[in-house]
Design a protein around this ligand. Sequence first.
Ligand SMILES: [Zn+2]
Length: 465
Amino acid sequence: MKSYRWVLAAALAALLAAGCSRQDDIGGTGLVRLDEKVYALIAYGPSSTEGLGANSGFIVGDESVLVIDSRFSYSHARQLLSAVRSVTALPVKYLVNTHYHPDHVWGNAIFRAEGAMILARPETSIEMERFTPIYKDYYRGRKPDVFEMVKEVELALPDSFVIDELHIDLGGIDVVVAFSGPAHTAGDLTVSVPSKKIVFTGGLVSNGYHPNMGDQGADFANWLVTLDKLEESNPKIVVPCQGPAGGAEMIGFQRDYLVNLAGLTVDAIRRGRTLSDAILEIRVPGTDGYKQDNLLPFNIQAIYRTRALDVVAPRVEMDIPTGFVVSDAAGGPEAGMIQWIVQSDDGYLELEMSWQPTSRGDIILEDIHDRIARYGGSKDGLYDMTVAGSRKLIVGGETVPAAFGSWKYRQSTRTKGGGTWSWTMSLRDGTVYSIRMLTNTGDDRKLEERNITTMEQVVSTLRNK
Ligand SMILES: [Zn+2]
């Protein structure tokens, strides 16, 4: 009799669940019921029509609803709102933006129209203002089909900032919104329901997707600390940024990804591999079948940008002008190179320093001649290089030879470009330092002068460490 009743109750529950078209398969896609009061909307895939793979969710109290992330476009946001409405008619009082990326915030206006107060970190607000026009320009120019989807999006900035931790009572259920320092972006928030041991990780964890490590505000060291804290909170259900919800083991997989990729990349730099070599060689163990593998090169590049200077550790330093970021590096203190790059309205400026041991002083002049011959004279080189002149520069108090001229890509290559270059070399403590500045500003004579002046300013600050 007892078991018969149980079977009947189970059948009734299944019928009810089916009637509400919800699923309790926690690892599924679409609207997933994690608990009677906690729901996730798990993206079907990484395409733009699927909202770029970004998950969202909502928590239903006795009095009001809190929504986590508003998705990529107004139509995605409306899907999320109808998912909320399929469960409850209560007002959506809060919307939390876990970070500023468009697939998490571009639907904000839909929830503001519902009367929701938008909560985020101050960095999220600043970055939304700064990057929304840049992203929209990118879509307008490069991906018109995606632009169609998001062209109506207006900035809907946060109404209130979360500093450390915010406790929200939705009526019978407490929600904690917490900041634990920059990780995936400068302003990551998590949303958790402590009584249910459920956490929405925002950008901190991806499941079965390559994470995006390329954000300017990302902090890898603190990202690992954040994952440790997340694991210590001992969650039962984890809703990642992308990919299906699951258990706490997902946090460990994310940590392994970050640690393994950083290890492999640092090793490549140390072995003298350039960024393009590393991109061809590096695969993260255990990520076969991961979605968004187009992000892997960006992740490797991000590690070059943030770690390369410490790995190659040149024994000299220069004052690199503001705005330049490390774009490539290889080698170590004995022999190696670093390349910095800055984008400007006129194009880009590239600064490269390479160093190698030598016992001969006259190698400096030979090297300059050799390099110019290689770039400017050889038929199979990538560029045509023309020497415009040479002069002596003061480099860290020494007089050294410098040459300058113009360059352009050979016609056989598809990439167009051209501009000016200047080059100088300095010998110190048995190591020759070659410093080159290159710009793609075309044939503009004024820009050429400016390039040479910038070069002279930078090399004059070269000093031993
Ligand atoms: Zn993100």
